[in-house]
Write a new protein. Structure first.
Length: 312
């Protein structure tokens, strides 16, 4: 899908044709749409396709007529009814008078601009617009990180009541999300540092300050992802130890039961031998006497075993 936006006196509006100062948003474009944009605006087709590759790394590529910037943005997914997070590439291509964005999904990073909810946003102010998108991206990372922290606390409360596989798998998904976030944020940091040090995009003093704010937000997201990841990993280790300890307790109890039940089994085996001289073999109450001896021996074994320090 191709959507074209341009700032007017009435605010951000959608148009059918791109004129200087417009923003062209490509969301999961078809091959025909990519071919059309490539031909009309003289942008290499491979550069348009790069942000659609989920394995594409964050980078900046400067060409003769345009500059390509690829970063990772957060994205939500659902597995077995459980929401988790990952990252996908997001491309920004800017020419002398146009800004293009390319992404596989309709991301909230861009939706706030399409709806006109960002103050001081103008499509024709190319540099500020790009830095505002980068700032919005870092803010979305922070927002999702808080959601992950909240979800991990909720799952932890459930694990205190019952250590089920469902909660443990959900914790594993959250930890996986934090790994994706940490890796992507560090890749984005490299791109931001290049923008800060170089002259890839002409910047005013106000733009420079905005870029510094973007870098600060991105670093804060990196630190939050690191802290939450360490907390989550520690929590997983603790509950793994609890589950292992509970398993040891269960195995210990079963071992005690096995030892105690061995006693009547031994007595029954001895009295079941087909040889002469078996006590009470011809006694009219032999079976009852044998049963009583087995019960008594079992009770004595229980007392001995449960009083032993090895099983306390």
């Amino acid at each position: 899908m191709i959507r074209i936006f341009r700032s007017t006196d009435a605010g951000i509006q959608e148009f059918t044709d791109a004129s200087p100062g417009s923003w062209v948003a490509l969301t999961n474009p078809t091959p025909d749409e990519l071919e059309h944009v490539s031909t009309r605006f003289q942008i290499d087709l491979d550069d348009l396709k790069s942000p659609l590759d989920e394995e594409e790394r964050s980078r900046i590529q400067v060409e003769d007529k345009y500059t390509l910037m690829i970063l990772d943005i957060p994205n939500t997914e659902e597995t077995n009814g459980k929401e988790h997070f990952d990252t996908i590439p997001f491309g920004i291509i800017f020419t002398e008078d146009l800004v293009f964005t390319v992404c596989l999904v309709d991301t909230p990073v861009l939706s706030v601009f399409m709806d006109g909810r960002v103050r001081g946003f103008h499509t024709y102010d190319r540099t500020k617009f790009i830095f505002q998108m980068l700032y919005q991206n870092a803010s979305i990372y922070l927002f999702y990180l808080r959601i992950i922290d909240k979800k991990s606390n909720e799952v932890e409360k459930k694990l205190h009541v019952s250590q089920r596989n469902e909660e443990l798998l959900e914790m594993q998904l959250l930890e996986k999300s934090l790994v994706y976030f940490s890796t992507s944020l560090r890749g984005n940091e490299v791109v931001l540092e290049k923008l800060m040090r170089g002259h890839i995009i002409p910047k005013t003093e106000a733009d420079q300050e905005l870029l510094e704010d973007v870098i600060i937000e991105n670093r804060q997201a990196i630190e939050m992802a690191k802290i939450y990841r360490e907390i989550l990993a520690g929590t997983m280790e603790i509950f793994a130890s609890v589950i292992s300890n509970n398993l040891n307790i269960v195995m210990k109890f079963l071992s005690v039961v096995t030892i105690v039940m061995t006693v009547p089994t031994i007595l029954s085996s001895a009295w079941g031998m087909n040889v002469g001289g078996i006590p009470f073999a011809y006694h009219p109450y032999g079976f009852l006497i044998m049963s009583g001896l087995s019960v008594a021996a079992t009770l004595i074994a229980c007392i001995i075993v449960f009083k032993s320090k090895r099983f306390n």
